[in-house]
Design a protein around this ligand. Structure first.
Ligand code: VGL
Ligand code: ZN
Length: 181
């Protein structure tokens, strides 16, 4: 059983430069994440990829009174992954219902159960956006009892200050921030 999992958070076209809700320079972490996925695969770790997977009338969209432009609508090009995932990757879709927002990959999904069933003890988190879905996923990973690492060079925030504040908050909660590559 794999003791470790890499959790790739929301590496989707709409969060990249040119997308509907771009995270500045998020495309620069694509090759790093692809390398991490390959390294983790070689040592037998599980790969998990979360995706924002909204219905067209999702509560978080501006036209519904929410904070964000329409993004990552189910089965549209903007919701596609931009990283290379192994065939046996576990895909976790979140915020799939019109009236529910979910930043964390654990919220409203069976991610914790899947990880526990597979014997995972340690999770390594990367992806976007550091202040939102990465942070929420990392904090929930700690709450669910996983030893939680953040791959510092493989996350991107929407703003520099927001990212630094999020890193501090994660560290205070027990996330171990790793500087590897
Ligand atoms: C995200 C804003 C809205 C994220 C998702 O993936 O961090 N941010 N939906
Ligand atoms: Zn969203």
């Amino acid at each position: 059983m794999p003791e470790e999992a890499i959790i790739v958070v929301d590496m989707q076209r709409d969060f990249m430069p040119g997308g509907a809700l771009p995270v500045p320079e998020a495309d620069r972490i694509i090759p790093r994440i692809n390398r991490y996925i390959e390294e983790f695969r070689k040592k037998g770790a599980l790969t998990v990829a979360t995706r924002d997977w909204h219905p067209p009338n999702h509560i978080s969209f501006k036209e519904q009174g929410g904070p964000w432009p329409r993004h990552c609508v189910q089965n549209t090009p903007g919701a596609e992954f931009v990283v290379e995932l192994p065939e046996d990757a576990v895909i976790i879709s979140k915020a799939t219902e019109p009236d529910k927002e979910a930043y964390s990959g654990f919220e409203g999904t069976n991610l914790a159960q899947i990880l526990k069933e597979r014997g995972v003890k340690r999770v390594y988190i990367c992806g976007v956006a550091t202040e939102y879905c990465v942070k929420a996923t990392a904090l929930d990973a700690v709450k669910n009892g996983f030893e939680t690492y953040l791959l510092r060079d493989a996350v991107k925030g929407i703003t520099k200050e927001g990212e630094l504040e999020a890193l501090r908050e994660m560290e205070r909660a027990g996330v171990k921030v790793l500087y590897l590559m």
